[in-house]
Each structure stands twice: as C-alpha cells, then as structure tokens.
Ligand binder design. Structure first.
Ligand SMILES: *Cc1c(COP(=O)(O)O)cnc(C)c1O
Length: 363
C-alpha cells in the first residue's frame, strides 16, 4: 500500500504515481511477513536474495545487474575499528544502485516507457544505468556544475541529459515540470527507491549473523541511505529477526546542515555554503520529518563536519587504499568526531563507503 505522509490517503502498490493527490510524499506501508532468513542459503550474493522483503509483484521481471551484497569490511583507525559496507563497488559506482534496481523494476512492471529524474550526480548515474538495463527512455536533469565524469557517465548510458544553470532547487523544478506527464523516478519522491536502499540493513544483519550493530553512522543529505537503513532495521526488528534497532548517527557538512540545526535547535545560516561533500549538499531535504523521526526513535544524533576535516580524511582513507568520493570522506570525518567524544570502546559501529572516487574532480 502507498500512503500519503500528510493525509494518510491510501493507494494500491501498483498505482503509477509518485506523489499523493494532495501533492504529499508517499510512504510504502509493508511488513515483509514472507521473509525468512532460512530462504537465503542457496541464493546468489545479490540484494535480490531478499526478494520476499521487497514490495514488488511476484510475477515482475526483475531489472538487475547482479548488484549488492557488498563486503562488510573492518577498517582500523588509530585506536578503534569500524565495519564499512563497501558501497562504491556497485555497477554505477555508488549505493544509489540499490534504489535504482528496485525503482526500475517497479517501473518496468508498471509498463512505464519513459522516466524523468533529477540529481546532483550519483542518483542520476544510477537511474540512467538501470534505465539502460531496463530499456526505458530516460531524461536526467542535473545542475550545470555537476562533475564532468558524472555527466559523461549519464550520457554514455544513453540518457537525455539536461544541464540546468542555477541552484539545486532550479534543477528539481525543471524535472518536476517534465514529470507532470511521465513517471518521476526521483530518488527522493518515489518511495520505491527507499525500498531498495533498505536492503543494506538486511545485508548488514545477515553478514553479522542476524545481530544488529550498536550504531550506524551514515551520510545525511536527502537521507536515502539513512531512511532506507532505518526502514530495513525496523522491519527486521518487527519481524523478530533482530533484537534491537541500531542507534543512527547522521553526518552532514557544516556548510550545509539543515537537519543538524533543526535537531539541535540552533540557528541555520541564511544561505548554505558550498561544500566538497557535494552528494550531501541538500539545503531543503524533502523528507526532513521522517529523517528527524528516524534519528529520535533510535536515540541517535546528527554531527556536522568542517571542510578541512573532510579533505583531511579524504586523503587519509585513500592512504589505506580506499579511493572514495569526497562526500564519502565526510562520513569518515564524522566517525572520527563521534569517536573523539566517546569512551565506550566495545560499541560495534557500522558505516558505509558510499561512492567511488573515480568520478570526483581533483580537490
Ligand atoms: C547520495 C549520496 C550520499 C548521501 O545520500 P542522501 O540520500 O542525500 O542522504 C552519500 N554519498 C554518496 C556518494 C552519494 O552519492
């Protein structure tokens, strides 16, 4: 069931809509009661091993490139260790492929022939990638200053690329106009995207023998990784498969930290500044209410990191052999800040290396 966040109006799962009649955001009300860990043993290492946990019709043709089930790798820093999902190992280079494989499967199942999407980068790459795999026409709107490598990637997949001059909001507006007559494959509006990103929680739980970690430290822009993880762990908890939902810590760039200021009741600077963590530079996250709810329900927090710290940790993590995006370096910087304020050394922390460095511009 699709449910409007504001009016609670309900729509069937196969309605070809991406917002409610009143213009509200949609959520998917679904508890995967047919999911059982015992089903998994013989299945390939892809996120589609959690098929019963996804609200996709059983007869649907799945649009997959064998993605997911990324390694959960322990990385040791000075004095502490953290487990990281290696999410830069996806077909298009970021975890956004989790959302794209599920969203495009749903679009294909609805016989959609044309989609529209807007992004500051990686979501556009993911949607263009899976639209190519699904053989669905695709228009991607990006801010004109998006990194050249991402623009090239989107065009190589065969998507129609529209570069919009102005801020991120101008890009969203152009896509919204185009979406009036097509299916909007937005990673923020379309609730099937979060059904894909929730599979990271299933993977973490399975890789930890169905134990939940104590703490998740995740990037926070629009919250597609964070909300997906919350949904996934909440489902596993409600199904009785894990005994607790991990505490969720969101990481924002200090230069653009609207959720941090809302949670901490501090004053938001009137204009957001540029940040090298371009993937989380979101001045007005649409799902803000859900984000704050996820943080508060899990007794979590939001931390923000300064530009020089992001840059420092981008270099440091590369020296360990992980060439990631600067956005991802913000997560690593946030982990260090979190650990600096902590004495509990037993805490099991899971985080993610969200995107490859291969498409970042030199900093
Ligand atoms: C999208 C993205 C994020 C953050 O995701 P949000 O959904 O905006 O919170 C983090 N890292 C990378 C590499 C991304 O592409």
């Amino acid at each position: 069931m699709l449910v409007c966040n504001h009016t609670r109006t309900q729509y069937p799962l196969n309605a070809p809509i991406w917002k409610s009649d009143s213009g509200g955001l949609l959520q998917i009300a679904f508890l995967p009661t047919h999911f059982q860990p015992e089903l998994l043993a013989q299945r390939p290492p892809s996120l589609w091993r959690y098929r019963e946990a996804l609200p996709i019709a059983p007869e649907a043709e799945i649009v997959s490139m064998g993605e997911g089930f990324t390694p959960l790798q322990k990385i040791t820093f000075e004095g502490f260790s953290v487990y990281f999902k290696l999410e830069f190992l996806f077909p298009s280079g970021s975890y956004k492929d989790r959302g794209a494989t599920v969203l495009l499967t749903q679009a294909k199942n609805l016989s959609v022939s044309h989609i529209v999407q807007d992004s500051s980068g990686n979501a556009g790459c993911s949607i263009a990638c899976y639209a190519a795999a699904a053989n669905i026409n695709c228009d991607i709107y990006v801010p004109a200053d998006t990194s050249a490598a991402k623009l090239q990637q989107i065009e190589m997949y065969g998507a129609n690329l529209h570069k919009i001059v102005g801020n991120r909001e101008a890009t969203a507006k152009a896509a919204l106009e185009a979406a009036q007559n097509t299916y909007y494959a937005s990673h923020v509006w379309n609730p099937f995207f979060l059904q894909g990103t929730k599979t990271m929680a299933y993977e973490i739980a399975e890789q930890m023998q169905w134990q939940a970690p104590d703490t998740l430290i995740l990037p926070l822009g629009n919250g597609t990784a964070l909300l997906g993880a919350f949904i996934g762990f909440r489902e596993l908890y409600e199904l009785g498969i894990i005994k607790k939902i991990p505490k969720i810590i969101g990481i924002q760039a200090a230069n653009c930290a609207p959720a941090y200021h809302l949670l901490h009741k501090t004053t938001l600077p009137p204009t957001p500044q540029k940040t090298i963590a371009e993937g989380i530079a979101i001045a007005e996250p649409l799902r803000m209410t859900e984000i704050i709810e996820a943080i508060q329900t899990t007794q979590g927090d939001i931390i923000c990191v300064e530009e020089e710290d992001i840059l420092l940790h981008w270099h440091k993590i590369a020296k360990k052999g992980y060439y990631v995006e600067t956005t991802t370096a913000a997560i690593v910087a946030g982990i260090h800040q979190y650990k600096n304020n902590k004495t509990n050394t037993d805490e099991i922390i899971v985080s993610m290396l969200s995107g490859t460095g291969l498409k970042s511009n030199k900093k």
